[in-house]
Structure formats: structure tokens, C-alpha cells
Ligand binder design. Structure first.
Ligand code: 13P
Length: 287
């Protein structure tokens, strides 16, 4: 059964480790991540962006697939199904469809509007036992190589949003989505420290987990990060393994074109990436 992400993240914060949110794109992704979490005895959060939700034929399809896998694969570790960077409408749709957690990303609104909308959604989610993440300080990113550092959130605004009763908070601390450009200046630990001073026990979320050096990951966990989002890194490992299979001509040998064979190296590569992250985040054996 899906669970809210609140309890697993409160435990992570108290235990000084982080739970990974791994974004899913299809059946192979979901199965690889769930099997790895089970093998590592680790809690896990499956992230679904609005685009990925649409790609997978809608939120209800996603809920059906994930719930089916939990049963059929006998997954017993805590699993949360979480909307990633949701709009207000997206959050409502996922609450309705059976997600156990949502993120409302109101970071592009003026702070007053972010507060008003977050407050409304907090009440709705908590009525149903669903956890909710909010965001302050937009986490930008594209591979244009221009960005030196992502936006840094205002700690006072973080405190205002934290006080609305959100279960965990994403705050920009120089992190960005996708690959980091060569001129990236790194995470702003001063910002993270200032945010944690004001938000206390609230678990903090680090987006853009792909490509952040291990020492920075560990330092951010020591400063209150309890959830780390990873998406691009699984995509890169999947693509590299698939490329290798095809370049070796294996799709043209025997029944190598069968999707169950063609997609297998990529699915294994995702497992390896997820395991490596769980080890770095410290969530192994914390189920
Ligand atoms: P990456 O794609 O950079 O790993 O970021 C994932 C993320 O933060 C999803 O919200």
C-alpha cells in the first residue's frame, strides 16, 4: 500500500540521512526503482512530473500501475507516490487519482499567492492523509551552460511557507535540474544553514540531485536535507546502456529486438544508479 512521505522523511531528518525521490517515466523505470528499494531495504519516493504523468496516459494509469506492482512484486518497504512540481490543478487531480503525496510548486508566484494556494492545498491533503511539499526560490536549469548558480531562496519566505504546515520544503540553494554546467558555483550552504535555523525539524528537499558531488550531498544532509530528487541521472544511465546494446548490434542477433531484451540493459542500469544513490543518501536498511 502506498504511504504518505511524511513519516519516512521525519525519520530521515531525525536519523541524518535522506530518502531518494526517483522520477518514473514508464513501467521499466517503476519496476527497477521498486525492486532496488526492496533489495536495499530502503524507503523510496516515486516522483511523477506533470509531463511524465501525461506520457504514462494519466495519473490514474500511474496509480494503477504502481499499486499493481506493489502487490505483484511483493514490495514491503515504504513507498510514496508523489507529484513532482505540481500546479494547483495538477495537485487536485493527483489527490483525486490516489497519489499519496504531492508537491505544489508555487515558487513562480509572488510569495503572497504562493502562501494562499499552499495553505489551501495543505488543508485538502491533510484531510486525506496525503503529504505535501512546497517550494520557495525557483529551481531553474537547462543545459545552456550560462547558469552559474540556481536561485537561492529567502530564508524568511521559507519560514513563512513552513509555518503553513507543509510536510517538507524544497528551497533553492544554488541547485538546478539537469546536468550542471562546467561553471556551476556549487550549493550555497550558507543559505541552507540559514533556512534550517528558521525551519527547525522540517525535512528539507534538494532538487536537481543529478551530478551533485558526494561531499556536497553529504554536507547538505548534515544541514537538514532529508529528501533528494534524482531524475536525469537514471535517464542518462538508461540511455547509455541502451546505446551500448544497439551499437554492439545485439538487437539484430536472435530475438534481440524483443523489447523485453532490448530494454533490459537500461532497466539494469537504472537499478545500479538507484542503488548507488541510496548508499550515498544513507537510506539503505532504513525501511
Ligand atoms: P535532476 O533531473 O537534475 O536529477 O533533478 C530531478 C528533480 O529535481 C526532480 O524534481
Amino acid at each position: 500500500m502506498l504511504v504518505s512521505a511524511k513519516e519516512m522523511l521525519d525519520k530521515a531528518k531525525a536519523g541524518h540521512y535522506a530518502v531518494g525521490q526517483f522520477n518514473i517515466n514508464n513501467l521499466e523505470w517503476t519496476k527497477s526503482i521498486l525492486l532496488t528499494a526492496q533489495a536495499c531495504n530502503s524507503p523510496v519516493i516515486l516522483g511523477v512530473s506533470e509531463g511524465a504523468g501525461k506520457y504514462m496516459a494519466g495519473y490514474k494509469t500511474v496509480v494503477g500501475m504502481v499499486n499493481g506492482m506493489l502487490q505483484e512484486l511483493k514490495i514491503t518497504v515504504p513507498v510514496a507516490l508523489h507529484l513532482d512540481h505540481g500546479s494547483y490543478e495538477g495537485c487536485l487531480a493527483c489527490i483525486e487519482a490516489g497519489f499519496s503525496s504531492v508537491m505544489f510548486d508555487g515558487s513562480h508566484y509572488p510569495i503572497e499567492e504562493n502562501i494562499a494556494k499552499t495553505k489551501e492545498l495543505v488543508a485538502l491533503c491533510h484531510e486525506k492523509g496525503i503529504s505535501i511539499e512546497a517550494e520557495v526560490g525557483a529551481i531553474g536549469g537547462e543545459e545552456d551552460g550560462v547558469i552559474g548558480r540556481g536561485e537561492c531562496a529567502d530564508p524568511k519566505e521559507c519560514k513563512m511557507i513552513a509555518d503553513l504546515g507543509v510536510d517538507f520544503l524544497a528551497a533553492g540553494i544554488g541547485n538546478i535540474h539537469g546536468k550542471y554546467p562546467a561553471n556551476w558555483e556549487g550549493l550555497s550552504f550558507e543559505t541552507l544553514d540559514a533556512i534550517q535555523q528558521l525551519t527547525g525539524d522540517l525535512p528539507l528537499v534538494l532538487h536537481g540531485g543529478t551530478g551533485i558531488p558526494t561531499d556536497m550531498i553529504q554536507k547538505s544532509i548534515s544541514l537538514g536535507v532529508s529528501k533528494i530528487n534524482v531524475n536525469t541521472e537514471c535517464q542518462l544511465s538508461f540511455a547509455a546502456a541502451t546505446r551500448e546494446y544497439i551499437e554492439a548490434g545485439k538487437d539484430q542477433q536472435g530475438k534481440g529486438y524483443d523489447p523485453r531484451k532490448l530494454l533490459a540493459p537500461g532497466a539494469e542500469a537504472i537499478k545500479a544508479t538507484v542503488k548507488e544513490k541510496m548508499e550515498i543518501f544513507g537510506s539503505v536498511d532504513k525501511a
